[in-house]
Design a protein around this ligand. Structure first.
Ligand SMILES: [Fe+2]
Length: 177
């Protein structure tokens, strides 16, 4: 795990931003680098899923319009509010937070929004996949955060997992016949 800090060489990964001031919070540079690598992917996934959900809020059609239009608004608002604490945790670990479409497209495991708006239930299916994908990304960071004794990151991951798994369940329930 310790070797992962060299990932900052990746074009999408921001370099450490020490600004000449040493960080001494009890988490080593290698661990902070490895956790940042994971959080950067979580940030990209969360932002991409936010944009997809907002797009679906705009473009949903059909007899379920009112329900889905409102539900997508609740969901994109939650996702929008989530990107800030993830980015700021990266800053607290001494790294710069990625925040461009170019970086996010390289880091995200969630696919970009479809060019043509899908049918309403297909939107729901895409969002189930998206929330499950973000949950997998968040879960994958746990062992590194745990090993490094990074409780604030573990706490953030727990909160994000709770939301993504619950939202995936609610969306999945809409697809049941
Ligand atoms: Fe709106």
């Amino acid at each position: 795990m310790a070797k992962k800090s060299s990932k900052s060489k990746d074009a999408a990964m921001p370099a450490a931003d020490m600004g000449g001031v040493a960080i001494n919070i009890g988490i080593g540079a290698d661990d902070r680098g490895a956790i940042t690598e994971g959080l950067s992917r979580l940030l990209a996934d969360t932002y991409t899923l936010y944009l997809t959900t907002h797009n679906f809020h705009w473009n949903v059609t059909g007899p379920m319009f009112n329900t889905l239009h409102q539900m997508f608004m609740t969901q994109y608002t939650e996702l929008w509010n989530a990107v800030d604490p993830i980015a700021e945790r990266i800053r607290s670990l001494g790294h710069t937070a990625p925040g461009s479409y170019a970086a996010f497209s390289q880091l995200a495991s969630v696919p970009d929004v479809p060019t043509t708006p899908p049918k309403a239930l297909e939107m729901v299916r895409i969002l189930v996949d998206g929330h499950e994908a973000v949950a997998r990304t968040a879960r994958g960071i746990f062992p590194t955060a745990d090993k490094a004794g990074d409780e604030p990151t573990a706490d953030l991951l727990t909160q994000r997992l709770t939301v993504h798994e619950q939202t995936a369940w609610m969306l999945r329930s809409m697809l049941q016949t």
